[in-house]
Ligand binder design. Structure first.
Ligand SMILES: [Zn+2]
Length: 176
């Protein structure tokens, strides 16, 4: 069984990690050597407290009889955006406002984000870089998506948190 890349929440993370021994290591493809190896932490979503779990690391132990590869990988919560502190619901609200015609500044102000304006510019760049990757995923087996990408995303992944749902359902990181 392949290890998940994303899980819905901490409870699911706890639950699925009990089966980690049965997972295939994404690096060496061997089974039976994976152990939980500490939490990945970062700024919290709410800003209260600086410490929030983003996921867990798993180590492919090279000490066992059969021996793994000694490398590690992460299983992330689906709201976590790789390389960014912002979580998927806020990233989506910002993107929607920007796509709706607001400037980056205005979209950021409306969000009353605790993140900097510079961060908001990087979110927009991420969307611009990633939209072709998102389109490619949406097009799979369905033909190229027509019309606005944001609408297509909501149709495919729901309106509440389409970015997080994308990561959860596709088991791949949000492009960009
Ligand atoms: Zn391995």
């Amino acid at each position: 069984m392949r290890a998940p890349c994303y899980v819905r929440d901490l409870a699911e993370l706890e639950h699925v990690s009990r089966r980690a021994k049965g997972w295939e290591c994404p690096h060496c493809r061997r089974h039976g050597n994976l152990n939980r190896h500490g939490a990945l932490r970062g700024l919290s979503e709410t800003g209260e407290g600086k410490d929030s779990v983003r996921g867990w690391r798993f180590l492919c132990s090279d000490r066992g009889r059969r021996g793994g590869c000694g490398r590690s990988f992460s299983v992330l919560l689906s709201t976590v955006i790789a390389g960014a502190t912002v979580r998927s619901p806020e990233l989506w609200r910002f993107t929607l406002a920007k796509l709706g015609g607001a400037s980056v500044l205005l979209a950021w102000e409306r969000l009353r984000s605790r993140f900097s304006l510079e961060a908001a510019y990087s979110w927009w760049k991420r969307w611009e870089r990633g939209q072709f990757g998102v389109r490619a995923v949406l097009a799979r087996g369905r033909g190229p998506p027509r019309g606005e990408l944001a609408r297509q995303l909501v149709a495919a992944f729901g309106g509440e948190d389409p970015v997080g749902s994308f990561q959860l359902m596709e088991q791949r990181r949000w492009p960009g």
